[in-house]
Design a protein around this ligand. Structure first.
Ligand SMILES: NC(=O)c1ccc[n+]([C@@H]2O[C@H](COP(=O)([O-])OP(=O)(O)OC[C@H]3O[C@@H](n4cnc5c(N)ncnc54)[C@H](OP(=O)(O)O)[C@@H]3O)[C@@H](O)[C@H]2O)c1
Length: 283
């Protein structure tokens, strides 16, 4: 088999590339800025907004890992067209998010799940919680404010989140892409414990020795903060919606799906912090 991976240079996608190639599976690593070919990895140029890139990028892939266009109201329609243009693809694994299956029918991410389920291919949906890697790898979600001001800038109140390490998500993805028995199923991939953002800030502070603290910003403050990113308004609205969902407890659940899939315990926030927030590794 050959697996085509969307967002292959991103926080989750590049770990899916690693997990699959470790299992000996050739991958086509799709992004707008592909790097150099290496072993089982063929980087391919792909842009959701340039349909002329789609077929060439897919090549001989018979399975795809989709992350599915964040913050685009038309994502479901685009994905339906993409899967129609991929007759040789028989298996689709979608990375959705915790709670999307319970979102209103007309919510864009719910429509993306439906588009995958109704594409006439074998499907599996993975629903991770918030990624731990947002803290050090996602410049505008959290990393910049943490680096520049020691602020964990998150209007999340006292709600808890079952943070997911993207390496666990990737291992789960490699399993369901390469094994039988996961067809037509959804798995909620969370970490082993729930933390508030205040507790997460305390953990990062303790590990790094820096005065990191949680800033429980209001939606208005958040909007002003994200406006400085230069990202599209649709992205800002999407982020504000996600913080609202955190406050409502949508990302609180903890499940054992990762352990059932892989036989391993999910990585803890503490382990992530110890690997990535030592005093010498963060400036
Ligand atoms: N972050 C979280 O906490 C979290 C939690 C649960 C679920 N999720 C889901 O995970 C997804 C985000 O994954 P991620 O955090 O791994 O992403 P990411 O780190 O933001 O990476 C984005 C990837 O998409 C590529 N990309 C950007 N624009 C593109 C375009 N127009 N066409 C094709 N590729 C494009 C980027 O590469 P180029 O720039 O080179 O194109 C990059 O490889 C979301 O859909 C979200 O629902 C995220």
């Amino acid at each position: 088999m050959t697996v085509w991976i969307e967002g292959a240079t991103g926080k989750a996608g590049r770990r899916v590339v690693e997990a699959l190639t470790k299992a000996g599976v050739p991958v086509r690593a799709a992004s707008r800025h592909p790097g150099e070919a290496n072993g089982l990895v063929t980087p391919v140029k792909f842009d959701w907004y340039d349909e002329s890139t789609w077929t060439t990028a897919l090549g001989d892939a018979d399975a795809v890992f989709l992350k599915g266009l964040d913050s685009n109201d038309k994502a479901a329609t685009i994905i339906t067209r993409f899967l129609e243009a991929a007759p040789s693809v028989t298996r689709v694994v979608l990375m959705s998010a915790v709670g999307v299956d319970k979102a209103p029918e007309d919510a864009p991410r719910r429509a993306v799940e439906r588009a995958v389920q109704e594409a006439g291919k074998t499907w599996t949906i993975l629903r991770p919680s918030w990624f731990l890697q947002n803290f050090d790898e996602d410049e505008w979600v959290f990393a910049r404010a943490l680096r520049e001001r020691n602020e964990l800038y998150a209007g999340t109140g006292k709600s808890k989140v079952g943070f997911t390490d993207t390496r666990d998500l990737a291992e789960a993805a490699a399993k369901v892409l390469t094994e039988k028995g996961h067809e037509g199923r959804g798995y909620t991939i969370t970490g082993p414990e729930q933390l508030t953002f205040t507790e997460m800030a305390e953990l990062l502070a303790e590990t790094s020795g820096r005065p990191i603290h949680h800033v429980d910003a209001t939606p208005e403050e958040h909007r002003a903060h994200f406006a400085k990113s230069g990202r599209p308004e649709a992205w800002v609205n999407h982020m504000l919606h996600l913080f609202k969902q955190v406050r409502a407890g949508v990302f609180s659940p903890i499940t054992e799906d990762f352990e059932h899939l892989t036989g391993k315990r999910p990585r803890t926030p503490k382990a992530y912090a110890e690997e990535n927030w030592q005093p010498t590794t963060q400036s």
